[in-house]
Design a protein. Structure first.
Length: 486
């Protein structure tokens, strides 16, 4: 693409007067620069891309986008904010790929991953070619790629969407984190449906207050746009039972569709019955009633299913096809995932890493637990410290045998994290076993017939970060080995 064409949407106060160069790629990592690249200098938390501009030129960069003048031998285009400009350029360079896709974005504290996978399955079962971007991986048609962030930066995101378009994808489903919304990573994304799951405490290390966290998520609904196109209608799918829905409904000009259990909603679940094998309920869509029998367990799973049904219905999938797909879902990796190696007790691995999600999972277990309930739980280092005592409180409240252990301590001292967790449960009965593998082994060795063990916090993750070292660690494999070793 020609440089002048690429810069059209930036609307520079001082137009670029240099040579109209051919741009082969856009990069913000100097290691990926090739001949003819436009290198974007991003000022991050730990490194400043401006310091790597010279290296980018040496590798063949044709031009540099920067926030300050640079003494280098290629054209330098100056903007006030290179991060915001990168989103504009990425959208232009990859030819506005999201306008060619039906794009569904999901935000909320808990349930994003499960809901995105449910929606993706519904559309795939309906015969459409799908794409998925989220915490666990990125999927482009039949190809799966590892991801680092729940929501990638704008440059990676638009490139991924263009790959989806080239692969013939019809619909893309993505998790949209509050960080991504606040940092503008999804600028340029033309969403057709925005889904809200719930809002509870998390990420206060970044947002500082719940009001700021709530505001960040409102951006997804505000960014649905302010116009009405009968050929490409926009929908906000909101959880009627969550107090934040009122604000999000007022934040959008899009059509609002609600779902819920306790309050009146357009799509509702009634007569919920749970067992250790699944959940049954009546689905109410306005005045019509449909019986649902699914393998997913828990009230929180019902919410995820309702959100998925709503997003699918407003996207044109027939209700009978939606129900058929939901009833065949076996589960999502690391979300209330059973580890079964022939034992006479139940072992569950779940990603629950917030107070609300941990409480939801433990409450669900109460519906079928016959004897003792073990919970193994820790808190991540370099993350929201205020939730640590709350996590311990919930573990001690809902489990008969709580074991506090390490999660991903990162740069923090694991014992210091545990000490902050302990502050919330003084006088309660619990054990501290800092080594996560030892904690899992201990619970499995001590479990008896009919007991339930919940291993919480890491879910699908296959690693543990201690200091700056990433160790292989999968709760599911560790639990299976412990069961087989009994």
């Amino acid at each position: 693409m020609k440089l002048q064409k690429l810069l059209e949407n930036l609307h520079l106060l001082v137009p670029f007067q240099g040579e109209d160069l051919e741009i082969s790629s856009i990069e913000n990592d100097n290691r990926k620069v090739q001949e003819g690249s436009l290198f974007i200098c991003i000022k991050g938390y730990t490194v400043d891309g401006h310091d790597f501009a010279e290296s980018a030129v040496e590798k063949g960069a044709a031009a540099i986008l920067a926030e300050r003048p640079l003494s280098i031998d290629v054209p330098v285009i100056l903007v006030k904010n290179t991060t915001r400009a990168m989103a504009v350029l990425a959208d232009s360079f990859y030819e506005q790929p999201t306008k060619k896709l039906h794009l569904i974005g999901i935000t909320g504290t808990n349930g994003k991953t499960t809901t995105s996978h449910l929606i993706e399955k519904i559309f795939a079962d309906a015969g459409q070619k799908t794409g998925l971007i989220g915490t666990m991986y990125t999927k482009i048609a039949d190809k799966t790629i590892e991801t680092k962030n729940t929501t990638p930066e704008s440059l990676t995101l638009q490139k991924t969407f263009q790959q989806m378009v080239e692969a013939g994808v019809d619909i893309a489903v993505m998790e949209v984190s509050s960080h991504a919304l606040d940092l503008g990573r999804v600028h340029g994304c033309d969403y057709d449906v925005a889904v809200f799951t719930n809002l509870t405490q998390d990420h206060l290390d970044y947002h500082i207050t719940m009001d700021e966290y709530k505001r960040a998520k409102s951006l997804l609904f505000a960014q649905l746009g302010n116009t009405f196109d009968p050929h490409k209608p926009k929908f906000a799918v909101l959880n009627a039972d969550d107090p934040a829905t009122d604000m999000y409904g007022r934040s959008t000009a899009a059509h609002v569709v609600t779902y819920g259990i306790d309050k009146e909603a357009d799509i509702k679940a009634e007569n919920i019955q749970m067992t250790s094998a699944g959940t049954n309920f009546d689905l109410i869509v306005q005045t019509e009633k449909y019986p649902i029998s699914m393998q997913l367990i828990g009230k929180f799973s019902v919410y995820n299913v309702l959100a998925s049904i709503a997003a699918s219905l407003v996207s044109g999938i027939e209700i009978t096809a939606v129900i058929k797909s939901i009833e065949t879902v076996p589960g999502v990796a690391g979300r209330f995932e059973l580890v079964n190696a022939g034992q006479d007790f139940t072992v569950i691995v779940d990603y629950a890493h917030t107070p609300d999600s941990l409480e939801n999972v433990l409450k669900t277990i109460q519906h079928f637990a016959k004897k003792k309930v073990f919970v193994i739980v820790g808190c991540g280092g370099d993350r929201d410290r205020t939730k640590r005592p709350l996590m311990a409180q919930i573990a001690c409240k809902w489990a008969s045998d709580p074991i506090l252990t390490s999660d991903n301590p990162r740069s923090e001292d694991p014992l210091a994290i545990l000490k902050e967790m302990e502050a919330g449960v003084q006088g309660a009965e619990y054990r501290i076993i800092p080594d996560r593998k030892e904690a899992i082994n201990t619970a499995i060795q001590q479990a008896s017939e009919g007991d339930v063990i919940l291993i919480a916090g890491k879910g699908h993750e296959t690693y543990q970060i201690i200091g700056n070292v990433v160790h292989d660690f999968d709760d599911r494999l560790v639990a299976r080995e412990a069961i087989e070793g009994r």
